[in-house]
Design a protein around this ligand. Structure first.
Ligand SMILES: C[S@@+](CC[C@H](N)C(=O)[O-])C[C@H]1O[C@@H](n2cnc3c(N)ncnc32)[C@H](O)[C@@H]1O
Length: 291
C-alpha cells in the first residue's frame, strides 16, 4: 500500500475530469468536482482537455500509455451512477462507499444528496479529498460522513457503525476499483458484513478484474497492471465471472448483473472505447432475505 494519498484514485479522477470536459450531449456524465483533486501533469491534462483539440490529444496520450483504462473507468462511472440512483429510488436509505477515493456521487447524484452517505478510505486519501473540497467550495457536503479505515486492518463494520451507519436498513454499497487491491480474507469479511448489515434487497455494486487475466503471465496481464504496481497499488485479487452465481450464493447474495466494460461500451460508446479490454467488469448483487 502507498504511504500517501492513493495515486490510482487520482488517475480515476483524471479520467472523469477529461470525460466531463466533453460536450453535454456527448459525455456519459458530468463530474464538476473531479478536476479539483488533480495536481501537476494530471491537472494540466484535464485543463487541456477542455478544448476539442486538447481533448483528442489528451485521450490519445492516455490511451497509448494505459490502453483501455480511461474508457473502462468512464463507462463504469456511468453504470454505477445509474445503479446507485435506481437503488435509492427503489428504497435504499443509506449509501456506503468502500474505498471512496475521489468518488463525488454524494454531491453529484440528486438521489444520493437526499440520504446519509458514508465514505470510507485510508486517512491520507480521505484527508486530501476533504482538503481539496474545502479549497473548492469552502465546506464539506452535510450529508457525508467521512470514515477513516483500512480494510486490511480493522475491516469495515466497526468504523462504519461508530460513524452512525444503521444496521438493518435497506442500503446501497459501492465497491468500485477496490477489490483488485485486497486479500481473499478482506473480501470475504466485507461481504459478510454487507449481508449482516443490510436489509434484504440491499444492493452491492462492485467492479472486479477477471481472475483469468491475473493468472496469466507476461504480456497477457491487464494492460495497465504495470502502472498500478509502479505506484504501489498492484492488482492482486480477481474473480471468475463464470462462477459468480456460486461465489455470491454461498455468501448470501444474488447476482443482478455482471458485464465487462467492453460490453457496456458497445452500448454507450465513448471515443477510444473500441479497444477496451474484456477483463474489467462491473457487477451488482442483491442481499438475499433470511441469510
Ligand atoms: C482505484 S482507487 C478507486 C477510488 C474510487 N472508488 C473510485 O472509483 O473513484 C482505489 C481506492 O481504494 C482505496 N483502498 C485500497 N486499499 C484499501 C484498504 N486496504 N483500505 C481502505 N481503502 C483502500 C484507495 O485508498 C483508493 O481510494
Amino acid at each position: 500500500m502507498p504511504e500517501g494519498p492513493s495515486k490510482t484514485a487520482e488517475y480515476v479522477a483524471t479520467f472523469r475530469a477529461v470525460e466531463s470536459a466533453r460536450p453535454p450531449g456527448e459525455r456519459l456524465f458530468s463530474d464538476p468536482y473531479a478536476a479539483c483533486f488533480l495536481e501537476g501533469r494530471l491537472a494540466l491534462g484535464a485543463r487541456l482537455a477542455r478544448n476539442p483539440l486538447g481533448q483528442r490529444l489528451v485521450c490519445r496520450y492516455i490511451d497509448r500509455n494505459w490502453p483501455g483504462s480511461r474508457p473502462s473507468a468512464v463507462i463504469r462511472t456511468r453504470l454505477i451512477d445509474d445503479s446507485v440512483t435506481a437503488a435509492i429510488e427503489g428504497g435504499a436509505e443509506q449509501l456506503a462507499i468502500l474505498g471512496a477515493g475521489y468518488d463525488t456521487r454524494a454531491l453529484r447524484l440528486a438521489a444520493a444528496r437526499g440520504i446519509p452517505v458514508f465514505e470510507l478510505d485510508q486517512p491520507p486519501t480521505q484527508e486530501r479529498k476533504k482538503r481539496k473540497l474545502i479549497e473548492r467550495d469552502g465546506e464539506l457536503p452535510s450529508n457525508v460522513n467521512y470514515v477513516p479505515f483500512d480494510l486490511l486492518e480493522e475491516g469495515v463494520g466497526a468504523p462504519l457503525e461508530r460513524a452512525g451507519f444503521r444496521t438493518g436498513l435497506k442500503s446501497v454499497y459501492i465497491w468500485e476499483g477496490v477489490l483488485s487491491y485486497l486479500t481473499p480474507e478482506a473480501v470475504d469479511q466485507t461481504l459478510a458484513w454487507v449481508t449482516a448489515s443490510g436489509a434484504a434487497e440491499s444492493r452491492l455494486i462492485y467492479t472486479y478484474v477477471d481472475v483469468a487475466l491475473l493468472n496469466e503471465g507476461g504480456e497477457d496481464r491487464p494492460p495497465w497492471s504495470a502502472q498500478v504496481a509502479k505506484v504501489g497499488e498492484p492488482f492482486r485479487y480477481g474473480l471468475d465471472p463464470a462462477k459468480m452465481d456460486e461465489f455470491l450464493g454461498s455468501r448470501g447474495l444474488r447476482e443482478i448483473r455482471d458485464q465487462s466494460t467492453a460490453e457496456a461500451l458497445a452500448r454507450h460508446p465513448v471515443p477510444g472505447g473500441r479497444n477496451a479490454p474484456g477483463f474489467y467488469r462491473v457487477a451488482e448483487a442483491e442481499v438475499l432475505p433470511g441469510r
